[in-house]
Design a protein around this ligand. Sequence first.
Ligand code: GUN
Length: 325
Amino acid sequence: MVIARLSNERDPGDPATVTARIISGKEVASRIHAEVSAGVEEYREKYDGVPGLSVVLIGDDPASHSYVKGKELACEMVGIKTETIRRDASTTQAELLGIVEGLNRDPQVHGILVQLPLPKHLDESTVIHAIDPMKDVDGLHPENAGLLLLGRPRFAPATPLGVQRMLVEENVNMNGARVVIVGRSKLVGMPLAALLLQKGPGANSTVTVCHTGTKDIAAETKRADVLIAAAGFPGTVTVDMVKPGAVVIDVGVSRVDDPSRKRGYRLTGDVDFESVSEVASAITPVPGGVGPMTIAMLLVNVLRAANLAATNQDHNRKTDEIPLE
Ligand code: GUN
C-alpha cells in the first residue's frame, strides 16, 4: 500500500537546514487541548455528564507529584472531572488493588491512571493487570499492549502518542523514515516502536530500538532520519551520534542539581541540546517539548474512554464476543 504524502511534508534527514527548528510541544499541546475541550462539550451535550479520570498516586516521589499536578490542571482546563487518590508509601498491595477495584466499578470513572513508578514493595504488573482494560488510559494493560502490537490500538500510552502527533504536526514524512529509538521501556520505547511500525499515516517507518545490549549505539543513531532519545539519562545523545539534518525528539526528563535556581535543580533531557541543535533539522526542547504532549494525549485517551463507554462501540470487543479477561 502506498501512503499518500501530504503536500507540505518534509523528508527527515534532509540537511538543508543548519540550525534546528525548535518543535514546541507546548504549542501543539494547546491545539490538542482545544480539540479535547470541544469533544468534552459534545460529550456533555450528548450524555449529560462529563468524562472522568482518577489518578492513583502512592508515595512521595517529588517528580511524580509534580507530573500528577500537571495532569490535574490540564483536566480542569478542558472540563474533564478528575480526582487524585493519594496514599503514603506504606500502602499495601491489597489496599492498592482494593482502590483499583473500586474505580473499576465506578461508572463515573472512565479512565484510571496509577502513577509509576510505584514504591518497590508493590508489584506494578499485578496492579496494571487489575485495571479494567476499557479504563486503562495509560495503555499498559496486557490487553491494550497486545492490541497495539496487533495493529488494532484501543489505548496507546500517552507519551508515544504525543511523540507521533508532534512528528505529524511538524510535517515529518514518517513513511519509510529510518527511526532509531534509544530506550525500550514499557511506557515509551516499546509502544512507540509498535506505533511507528504500523501501516498508516504518521507511521510505516523502519524502526530500530537500541538498549543496554546494543553493541554500538552511535552506529545505529547515526543512520537515523528521526532519532528519539528515551533512555532517561542526560548525555545519552551527543552531537557525534546524530546525522546532519535528522529530526531529534528528546523524551528524557531528569532533574539535575543547579544551585543557581531557586528550587535547586533544573530539568534536562537525554540529548545534548546545545550541540545537537547545530546539526539537527528540528529538535524538541526539555522542558516544553514532549512533556506537554504526554499530558495532552492522556486527555485524548480519557475522552476516548468516556465515548467508548457511552457508545459501547469498541471494535475490539463486540458485545456478542466473550470478553478477553
Ligand atoms: N510515570 C511517568 N510517566 C508516566 C505515565 O505516562 N503514566 C504513568 N502511569 N506513570 C508515569
